[in-house]
Write a protein that binds this ligand. Structure first.
Ligand code: 6PG
Length: 242
């Protein structure tokens, strides 16, 4: 089933090189005063990729022309091991030559509702607009076993129809509060890439990619960039049911 928008590989260097080449190619089309804007995913899956890029491709990317954002954050302080920012700092940011002013952290330590408003303003002030709304050049997404993505969980499919750019959410199992970008932002990106690993995701991956009827209960089912590209990068286990 592999095609250009579906990469199945366990080779972390292939994934890293694909990402680096894509960003560099895109930067050629962006005027010098502009930036390449990326919303990063959290959780565990991106750690290996971030660390591989930090150790092997730090000098291959013009970090001064790249702005880092997050697709979601846990409502915890940045020092917490639960923090997506901390995971990214520990595996990528502390190794690369990126100016601090290019890093736009969701402040998990703030009041969630206030921070959702703050991050909305951050997106409006730092992203280019396409179709009248802020638009990332690239959004990296993970996938939960329940089909969630970013922090849009199955009980909040309304976050794919809201006009808001950011929202608060609650993890349905842990009760942990979250801040997330919404479908309005996700589907207005130039490119959205799912990075998924592990056999536990294989069933949901199959249902979403094959658009099975029951997949419409999964938030990931509604990721469909209106004028952009959707790419899947899966390891062999996550692709095991395709
Ligand atoms: C988060 C993520 C979330 C994550 C998936 C997959 O804050 O946890 O943004 O959407 O990408 O839950 O997580 P794993 O990579 O840990 O399986």
């Amino acid at each position: 089933m592999a095609n250009e928008n579906l990469i199945i590989t366990d080779d972390i260097d292939k994934i890293a090189k694909t990402a680096v080449d894509y960003i560099n190619n895109q930067l050629e089309d962006i005027t010098p005063e502009n930036y390449f804007t990326i919303a990063l995913s959290g959780g565990n899956t991106p750690k290996k990729l971030f660390r591989h890029i930090a150790e092997n491709y730090n000098k291959a990317l013009p970090w001064k022309r790249i702005k880092l954002f997050w697709g979601d954050e846990r409502c915890v302080p940045p020092e917490s091991d639960e923090s997506n920012f901390k995971m990214t700092y520990d595996n990528l940011i502390k190794f690369i030559d990126i100016p601090p002013e290019n890093i736009f952290r969701i402040k998990g330590e703030n009041d969630p509702d206030e921070e959702a408003c703050n991050y909305t303003k951050t997106l409006e002030q730092n992203l280019r607009f396409r179709r009248g709304h802020p638009s990332f050049d690239l959004i990296l997404l993970g996938l939960g076993e329940d089909g969630h993505t970013a922090s849009i969980f199955p009980d909040r499919l309304d976050l794919f129809t809201t006009e808001d750019y950011c929202a608060t959410a609650v993890h349905p199992v842990t009760g942990q509060r979250r801040i997330t970008i919404t479908g309005k932002i996700i589907n207005n990106a130039v490119k959205v890439t799912f990075l998924i690993s592990g056999i536990k995701k294989a069933k949901v991956v199959r249902e979403v990619i094959l658009r099975s009827p029951e997949a419409s209960r999964y938030p990931a089912y509604f990721v469909n960039p209106v004028d952009g590209k959707l790419k899947w990068i899966l390891d062999a286990e996550a692709a095991g049911e395709l």
